[in-house]
Design a protein around this ligand. Structure first.
Ligand SMILES: [Zn+2]
Ligand SMILES: [Zn+2]
Length: 349
């Protein structure tokens, strides 16, 4: 093997994590967890579908004495490509099953079946409806007519063959791993509660594989669920906040997230995130003293850099986040749509 040794971390009690790099992404890497079972190793998430990431994953497993063909199963926290990307390759090499929550499996199925232009059409329609200026829509229309469309990640991702059922134990020989449905970041995100005593006897109820739901130093992106075929008015931020409270009540001894590092005091981190979102919603209400379209709100919201320095694709994600916050405020009765506006404007109540 070439290059530095893969970063393998032993968490005790038959649990390890491997750092699998995400190419060209500030997040750096996905923590793929390996769980020993009586029928062989099971992976929690797999990493980005890229040759270098695959090499890191296989080298990491080899360092634990695991050949990829030995992998028994793959449990996926959510459909994003930094978690589910390599699942197909693992299954090809091992025959492992792949388990996912039905709502995220639907997203995978839809993405695989979508005509190439569907997503661009949806995005252009949606951005126009939220008040995006014409110059923002031009590149989308150009990509549509030229046929030069960047392939969306996840277009060829593997279709899961097992369903993760909320509240139930996964069928893992010799382990107690319970699925906790935590929608918000995606509609079918799950955390996985390892209901076994902590190997270092830390106080609390076992450990939690938290995916992207609960991370020690990052607030996960909460946008809309973005389903071109479904006009149901969902409330992803409301889902996320409810899911956070549910996780906070588990009283786990340690959290094993899919990025950054393991940490304790899940309840404290949950409180921080709940406070953060409450502050953010209150801040938005201040902005909404004047009626604003979702686009105008996104431009005025606080991001990690000034709006004019936010790249094109990230602006689309930012608008989705602004919309998720508006949905929440409307649902709470703290904001409402202004009658007769098109694109529709919202104002604080
Ligand atoms: Zn994610
Ligand atoms: Zn992620």
């Amino acid at each position: 093997m070439q290059g530095p040794m893969p970063q393998v971390n032993e968490h005790g009690g038959g649990v390890w994590s491997l750092r699998v790099p995400i190419p060209d992404n500030p997040l750096g890497h996905t923590l793929v967890h390996v769980l020993d079972t009586d029928r062989g190793p099971v992976l929690v998430d797999t990493g980005w579908d890229d040759p270098a990431s695959w090499t890191e994953l296989t080298c990491g497993l080899a360092a634990l004495g695991i050949d990829v063909p030995d992998v028994h199963g793959v449990v996926i926290t959510h459909h994003h490509p930094d978690h589910h990307g390599l699942s197909g390759k693992v299954r090809e090499a091992s025959g492992a099953w792949i388990a996912m929550h039905a709502a995220d499996t639907d997203v995978v199925r839809r993405t695989r079946a979508a005509e190439p232009g569907t997503w661009l059409d949806y995005l252009a329609r949606k951005l126009a409806a939220v008040g995006a200026p014409e110059d923002h829509l031009v590149p989308l229309r150009a990509a549509r007519t030229s046929g030069r469309m960047r392939t969306l990640p996840g277009l060829r991702s593997a279709l899961p063959d097992r369903e993760i059922v909320p509240g139930e134990l996964l069928d893992l020989a010799g382990r107690r791993l319970r699925a906790i449905w935590t929608p918000g970041h995606t509609p079918g995100h799950v955390c996985l509660h390892l209901e076994e005593e902590h190997p270092s006897r830390l106080p609390g109820h076992g450990r939690l594989f938290s995916g992207d739901h609960l991370l020690p130093g990052i607030t996960p992106h909460i946008g809309l669920y973005e389903d071109p075929d479904d006009s149901t008015v969902t409330d992803p931020l409301g889902d996320y906040l409810d899911s956070l409270e549910r996780i906070g009540r588990l009283g786990v001894a340690e959290v094993l997230p899919a990025h950054q590092h393991a940490f304790t005091d899940a309840a404290g981190r949950v409180r921080e995130l709940l406070d953060h979102h409450e502050e953010r919603l209150t801040g938005l209400l201040g902005l909404l003293a004047t009626p604003l379209t979702p686009w105008q709100l996104a431009v005025r919201m606080e991001w990690n850099r000034p709006w004019d320095q936010i790249p094109y694709g990230s602006r689309n994600i930012a608008v989705s986040e602004a919309e998720a916050h508006l949905r929440r405020l409307v649902k709470l009765g703290r904001a409402e749509a202004v009658q007769g506006t098109d694109p529709v404007k919202y104002v604080a109540v």
